[in-house]
Design a protein around this ligand. Structure first.
Ligand code: GAP
Length: 450
């Protein structure tokens, strides 16, 4: 994990937020490569679950929602974690994240007996702590103006259910999808970005007829898992975790987590929940607006059940980085120059790699080579995610590109000037092929297509 953290900082994937002021725990900024990685994940998700579906529509709800939403959804009452406080240093910890005073992160619930901060053994009894961030709307900071930053995107898909269904004339079963910023005042953060206080959730509320929910749940679970495999995660690093009845969220009839084998242990990457008609029924009751669906064929109305596949974008980004990270002792090319080094290659899939093509002149002190390389860079840029690099030896540049997962390097050498060609180097096989400049776009497109 330390190696991933160091690589992400050094190479512009992830930075500590407000670092120059000491940073804020559990809040992260995504740098130039990290934000490309996140965007690629989001685009792939949108392509698969919105663009390619006939029955799923996208919305973009707000972070700020009426407090009434959270009263109805049960979050005000139930979106809590048990918290113990050290009686000596007053640090607070999640009661279910401690074993023998050691922070274990995700895992079985046991209460701490030794403070990891000061070693004291006395704690307050566990108390419930609400994880929603509060703020005020307008200039008056009183209880009547207090609202919350959303901890999940799901609720606007319920409160907008009727408007979406009617405006788009949708028939059940159909889904509403959303990717958006969520906020949770996590008590214990840690494991790098795994448990952050601000993150993006991509989720779908899929509205179904009661009675069809269990079968549709299973098919969403399979589809959801397949997405992670297709993004490049290794099968052996994924598993399912069926939540026992007693640990289900207050709204759920069944939840299955898809767990990833992170360096700190198997932990939740994503999930699928059967939310029944809990949310629509609650919002109907609290708002007094009828959120039932009228089945025109059966001439009957009912409150739909909801199957919810959900995913944390940053968790998938972290899993992809971990899964892709490989070290090659003695160097990849086995040259004497690299013999003592450990070279890193980030084998990100073509769907998510931040850079498709790096364009490199063989040397930077030959103006004709540099000119040609820059021309090729300009030519490729509209078609691919490109990076131009001329500093240091070509070997070092290949290593730098391998380390950030760039799929191909296009190198312009002396022969290129006469032959009007360039070499394409493949990140994984390191094989090089010469391709005419006029064919570069076509050849690279073929390599990058599914
Ligand atoms: N609408 C359902 C819902 O929000 P959740 O399991 O609480 O379910 C959804 O959260 C997903 O968001 C999780 O599967 C996980 O990937 C991600 N997630 C949850 N808490 C997170 C945190 N503190 N930091 C980063 N990602 C988080």
């Amino acid at each position: 994990m330390e190696k991933i953290v160091s690589l992400c900082k050094r190479r512009g994937f992830i930075f500590q937020d407000s670092e120059i002021y000491g940073g804020i725990e559990g809040v992260w900024d995504y740098g130039p490569l990290g934000s490309l990685l996140k965007n690629n994940i989001k685009n792939e998700w949108l392509k698969r679950f919105v663009q390619q579906k006939d029955d799923v529509v996208l919305i973009d709800g707000s972070v700020l929602m009426s407090s009434a939403v959270w009263r109805a959804s049960g979050h005000l009452e139930n979106f809590t974690d048990p918290l113990v406080e050290c009686k000596d240093c007053h640090r607070r910890f999640r009661a279910d994240h401690m074993v023998d005073g050691r922070f274990i992160g995700e895992g079985e619930a046991k209460v701490a007996n030794q403070c990891p901060n000061c070693g004291n053994r006395e704690f307050t009894p566990a108390r419930q702590f609400n994880l929603m961030f509060k703020t005020f709307i307008g200039p008056i900071e009183d209880e009547a103006h207090q609202i919350y930053l959303r901890p999940e995107t799901a609720q606007s898909m319920f409160t907008d259910f009727k408007q979406v269904q009617e405006s788009m004339r949708l028939k059940i079963p159909f889904g509403i999808a959303q990717i958006g910023r969520c906020f949770r005042n996590e008590i214990t953060t840690g494991n790098y970005t795994f448990r952050s206080r601000e993150f993006d959730i991509a989720e779908i509320e899929y509205f179904v007829k009661p009675g069809t929910d269990e079968k549709i749940f299973d098919s969403w679970l399979n589809e959801w898992e397949k997405f992670f495999l297709d993004m490049g995660l290794r099968k052996e690093n994924l598993r399912r975790f069926e939540h026992p009845k007693e640990s289900l969220a207050h709204y759920s009839k069944r939840t299955v987590d898809i767990e990833y084998k992170f360096p700190f242990g198997w932990s939740e990457l994503a999930g699928v929940a059967n939310r029944t008609n809990f949310d629509l029924s609650q919002h109907t009751k609290f708002s007094t607006k009828d959120l039932s669906y009228f089945d025109t064929e059966k001439n009957k109305k009912y409150i739909p059940y909801v199957i919810e596949p959900t995913l944390g974008i940053e968790r998938l980004a972290l899993a992809l980085l971990v899964d892709a990270y490989q070290e090659v002792k003695g160097g990849r090319t086995k040259t004497t120059e690299a013999a003592k080094e450990v070279e890193v290659v980030l084998k990100l899939s073509k769907r998510v790699a931040p850079i498709h093509v790096a364009v490199l002149p063989l040397v930077k002190n030959k103006p004709l080579l540099v000119k040609k390389a820059k021309e090729i860079y300009q030519m490729l840029k509209p078609h691919f995610r490109c990076q131009y690099d001329e500093a240091d030896s070509i070997g070092r540049r290949y290593r730098r590109q391998d380390e950030i997962g760039s799929l191909y390097a296009v190198t312009v050498d002396f022969e290129s000037l006469d032959q009007h060609d360039a070499t394409i180097r493949d990140r994984d096989s390191m094989a090089q092929e010469r391709v005419k400049i006029e064919n570069l776009i076509k050849v690279l497109k073929e390599k990058l297509q599914d």
